[in-house]
Design a protein around this ligand. Sequence first.
Ligand SMILES: O=P(O)(O)O[C@H]1O[C@H](CO)[C@@H](O)[C@H]1O
Ligand SMILES: O=c1cc[nH]c(=O)[nH]1
Length: 238
Amino acid sequence: MLPNLKINPEELPKRIIVCGDPGRAEQMAGLLDSGHPLAKNREYHSYRGSWNGVEVAIVSHGVGSPGAAVCFEELIKGGAEVLIRVGTAGSYQKDIQPGHLVISTAAVRMDGLTRQLVPEGFPAIANRQIVDKLVKAASARQHQAHEGITLTLDVFYSGVVPFPHELYKQAGVLAVEMENSALFTIGAIRGVKTGAILAIDGFADADLSNEYNPHTDVVTKAIEQEALVALDALVAGV
Ligand SMILES: O=P(O)(O)O[C@H]1O[C@H](CO)[C@@H](O)[C@H]1O
Ligand SMILES: O=c1cc[nH]c(=O)[nH]1
């Protein structure tokens, strides 16, 4: 039994969608053929079913890299070979608007977790084949998806230290979220293929304590779109 996920590894498919929100995991499980719960413990809610005839799982990892890393590590221990994150993110660029999709090619490691896993200069990069599959799947469904570098932070609501937004906007980073660097780093050091697609839910430099609202129609629609794209990519070529 995987101790934090409470999944029996024998029941775990090798291809898995991960997402922060347990509610989103349940919603995506509803898309699967014969989708059914596998386990529920802490923020980790797991489902299994099939997509285009291939067995897949959907597992929520909660908010933030440390808790998500526990999820990714246990899934890998349980035999996972491909992990694709279906998340949300705040945009850094004017032309990337709420409701748009972003496919992350790499993540700036501004999280604390990966500093305790790998040396400073180690890059957090998505698997090239998974990025290609996500791009192709988005295009096949006729969704425009922006492709590029995202930033992973630990902080959602700012404290007294300013956010690094301006610097990374200038550097061309597309969007900010809170788990991609953990996913890509753990994938690289454990030899597992990882990727991520994100629905933009606002602009990162908005005052999140007043303006954050990921429950709009445009964001809901983008999450539905990215879920289908990620499922298609997860089983492409199998
Ligand atoms: O929508 P999810 O997958 O949770 O992703 C984003 O949303 C959460 C913050 O609201 C963080 O987990 C961030 O990475
Ligand atoms: O971390 C996140 C996730 C969604 N939207 C944001 O602005 N930040």
